[in-house]
Design a protein around this ligand. Structure first.
Ligand code: CP3
Length: 406
């Protein structure tokens, strides 16, 4: 597959590779991983692009990223301005999303690759965001494992057969993610439709957060049943976490193979645990997932909320980028995580409801705390809310870009 060493002149490469593309092909050698430009090469070594000749590259039919500041920031490389995207950026605060939702259920949208790809691009078409995230849900892998899932109107997710004991854990199937081929296909279609405009993020739920839904049967306030299993039957608990970890690892590998250029692991509810319980019941499993993915060649983002007490442990568990929620100052969080890792965050999603001058004050504060250091990705501390004013979203993205210009 790998041809002669890359020795062509700029003009020659341009004419063979991207005839109408004004940007010089010389930017190629700066990219550290081929997989970020070509989804069919997820396992390329960092220097492989230097070994391709232009004919080989042309035959791959892939475009370079037009905007790679998100990927650069993930790797702590310098950028022209701070990249920004929002968790749940494809959602009900957008009229174009609501228009589709009138006709389709959330599960239908997730399981129809054309619709999932279309929704993925809605925020990208409207705002100058620096990354897209594939439209899917963290709960999708539960279905092929044998858990029946429904998104009830106005109630959020409902699980009809919650996993409450050892026998239920034993019944769960360890699937390899092939049953979720519709997500892989949505990724392929979204990559095609994006055509290199911005990178595409894939994702999965982390084992604790998935277990909390599977055990409670839906969202929860106190995680009573979850902690009951954890403390009362640690063997069943670890067996459950192990099953989720194996499913998540192969599912994420499939997403990367399909073209996901970064991966985010959502441990949204892990902040309900003490530092000691995190170390004992969760960390080894999350560590296993990051170990399993670290040679896949794409940046890995490790996100949770309420995590101030466990940020160091999250760093140890893994991830090139650590997600920070809004409860902690970004500079203090980054010091805990360590400046050799990138961080993502951390504006309170509710600040988007404030007057623009107040939003600007908050954006400025976060950027000041990031201190112009390489490796900051601006995001909210958690997902964007359905009633968020859309003009405030647009204004915030502009503020981040303008106020962070290097
Ligand atoms: O970020 C994106 O734009 C990609 C899409 C995405 C969805 N869910 C679509 C969705 C992502 C990344 C998720 C992750 C997810 N799903 C998480 C982790 C992130 C977080 O917010 O903590 C969790 C905990 C879930 C589980 C889940 N799915 C809940 C609790 C709900 C109901 C909440 C609500 O707002 O109604 C969902 C449904 C869901 N998943 C919606 C969307 C856009 C809303 C469904 C609708 O349109 O009615």
């Amino acid at each position: 597959m790998i041809g002669r060493h890359y020795t062509h002149h700029v003009e020659e490469s341009e004419s063979v590779f991207f005839p109408r593309d004004p940007r010089p092909i010389l930017i190629l050698p700066e990219w550290s991983r081929l997989s970020t430009i070509c989804p069919s090469l997820p396992n390329a070594e960092p220097d492989d692009h230097l070994k391709f000749d232009s004919l080989a590259l042309a035959s791959l039919k892939c475009r370079p990223m037009m905007n790679d500041r998100f990927l650069k920031a993930c790797r702590c490389e310098p950028v022209d301005c701070t990249p920004v995207w929002f968790m749940r950026q494809a959602g009900r605060y957008m009229s174009e999303y609501r228009a589709l939702r009138v006709k389709h259920s959330i599960l239908e949208m997730c399981k129809t690759p054309e619709l999932a790809a279309q929704v993925t691009l809605q925020p990208i078409d409207r705002f100058p965001l620096d990354a897209a995230i594939i439209f899917a849900d963290i709960l999708l892998p539960l279905e092929p494992m044998g858990i029946s899932l429904e998104f009830a109107q106005g109630e959020g997710p409902v699980i009809h057969n919650p996993v409450r004991d050892r026998a239920a854990v034993e019944r769960l199937k360890v699937v390899d993610g092939g049953e979720l081929e519709y997500v892989a296909e949505a990724i392929r279609q979204a990559r095609k439709a994006l055509n290199g405009r911005v990178p595409l993020i894939g994702f999965a739920g982390a084992p604790f957060t998935l277990a909390s839904y599977a055990i409670e049967g839906g969202g929860s306030r106190n995680y009573l049943h979850t902690k009951q299993m954890m403390y009362g039957d640690p063997t069943a608990w670890h067996a459950l976490m192990d099953k989720f970890s194996r499913v998540i690892t192969s599912y994420l590998k499939r997403q990367i193979k399909a073209g996901a250029q970064a991966i985010q692991l959502f441990d949204s509810w892990v902040g309900c645990l003490s530092a000691g319980d995190y170390a004992e019941y969760v960390k080894p499993h999350v560590q296993g997932i990051f170990e399993g993915l670290k040679h896949e060649g794409v940046p890995l983002i490790h996100f949770g909320t309420g995590t101030t007490a466990i940020l160091r442990q999250m760093r140890e568990a893994g991830g090139d980028v650590i997600g920070i929620d809004w409860r902690v100052h970004l500079d203090e969080a980054w010091a805990m995580v360590g400046h050799d890792r990138a961080v993502q965050g951390n504006m309170d999603p509710l600040v988007l409801f404030a007057p623009l001058h107040e939003i600007e004050r908050r954006v400025e504060d976060i950027l000041r705390r990031a201190g112009g250091r390489a490796g900051h990705i601006f995001n909210l501390g958690h997902g964007i809310l359905p009633t968020t004013p859309i003009d405030h979203v647009a204004a915030t993205i502009d503020m981040v870009h303008k106020l962070s210009q290097r």
